[in-house]
Design a protein around this ligand. Structure first.
Ligand SMILES: Cc1cc2nc3c(=O)[nH]c(=O)nc-3n(C[C@H](O)[C@H](O)[C@H](O)COP(=O)(O)OP(=O)(O)OC[C@H]3O[C@@H](n4cnc5c(N)ncnc54)[C@H](O)[C@@H]3O)c2cc1C
Length: 318
């Protein structure tokens, strides 16, 4: 397979294009240019997930690979706003701490701090703080854009209507042929294609200034971002379809409450919002129909997307 069509230019498609092109394939990326979750203004590289404290197999390797790519892109002259600052995970009670502790792999650098020893101010009431010094944040759009640009892949603006193992039909009536097709359409694409899937919408409030010099995450997250900060989470009810509706007022109140539980928001202005939808249920590999896919990266698109893309490129014989 020397020529490959990738559908979708989010972090999944850009990463697949990068690894396939690095291995010598001629890659064309077809992208509708709409609704990429990967434009998230500040994505955390946080290997310890949610309120369960689960750590994916590959999280430590995935985090190291994404940071290595950020470094390579910066060395190549791209601007990728990021902070390899570490991440703080405050926990509310000893039970949560015990659950987190049980799941921490030996090769993940970490330490537990008393809340009063936190390197940044935390709102009162936390039981302990997990410090993950190798985590941090990055600008999703800048990282994805730079990865795609450095891959050298040709980018075609258009919406794929249907696809098979070696061809893609576009909405404008044209057809493209290649040695292989890789589907990386994310939440919006799965919805357009009527794939059975679970979608989760979430929102970032853009803040006039960073509330903290490093991300703080439990329930929601506060993070520095290019030109200020964000307060965000994926918290809407799971849905069988992608949904780009307006932010419900109840969600705004929920998010602000979660933010205040983490740190002191006084003096910080909300300057805008970004909303997106992510897809659950990771799928990596070849489908029975013969086309390949990297989809369902959930809330870990930047933690695991490049790693899974490298694995897919290897599976494709690259
Ligand atoms: C609120 C929120 C917070 C998040 N926070 C984090 C975080 O802290 N850390 C982290 O790692 N991840 C985070 N994520 C998850 C991350 O954003 C996603 O996992 C990741 O962006 C998914 O990438 P993707 O490439 O699969 O899909 P997308 O980025 O959605 O890209 C899909 C692309 O495919 C295109 N497309 C779809 N269908 C077609 C078609 N038929 N033809 C042509 N083009 C098509 C779309 O236009 C789009 O450009 C967050 C997500 C949300 C919503």
């Amino acid at each position: 397979m020397t020529d490959i069509l990738v559908i979708g230019a989010g972090v999944a498609g850009a990463s697949v294009a990068y690894f396939l092109a690095s291995a010598g394939a001629e890659v064309t990326v077809i992208d509708a240019g709409l609704h990429a979750a990967s434009t998230v203004p500040a994505a955390l590289l946080n290997p310890v997930r949610g309120q369960s404290g689960a750590v994916d197999a590959g999280a430590v390797e995935g985090m190291a690979l994404t940071w290595a790519l950020v470094q390579a892109l910066i060395t190549a002259g791209y601007d990728v706003p990021h902070g390899k600052t570490g991440v703080l995970r405050p926990v509310p009670d000893p039970r949560t701490r015990a659950r987190f502790e049980q799941r921490l792999p030996a090769d993940l650098a970490h330490s537990w701090l008393a809340p009063e020893d936190s390197p940044v101010f935390l709102s009162p009431g936390w039981n302990a703080v997990l410090h993950l010094p190798e985590g941090g944040w990055l600008d999703g759009a800048a990282f994805t854009r730079a990865l795609l640009a450095t891959s050298g892949a040709r980018v075609v603006r258009g919406r794929a209507q249907s696809w098979e193992a070696t061809s893609v039909a576009l909405e404008d009536g044209t057809q493209r042929e290649a040695g292989a097709v890789v589907w990386c359409g994310g939440s919006v694409g799965a919805s357009w294609a009527d794939h059975a899937a679970t979608h989760r919408a979430g929102t970032m409030l853009l803040l006039s200034q960073p509330v903290s010099t490093l991300p703080i995450s439990f329930g929601a997250y506060l993070s520095p971002a290019q030109g200020g900060g964000v307060l965000g989470a994926t918290f809407e009810q799971p849905s069988p379809v992608w949904n780009a509706g307006p932010l419900p007022l109840g969600s705004l109140a929920w998010l602000l409450n979660k933010g205040e539980a983490l740190a002191d928001l006084s003096g910080v202005r909300v300057t805008g919002r970004w909303s997106g939808s992510r897809l659950s249920g990771l799928r990596v590999g070849q489908t029975p129909q013969g086309w390949w896919q990297l989809t369902g990266l959930g809330s870990k698109g930047f933690l695991l997307g490049p790693l899974r893309a490298r694995e897919l490129a290897e599976q494709m014989g690259r």
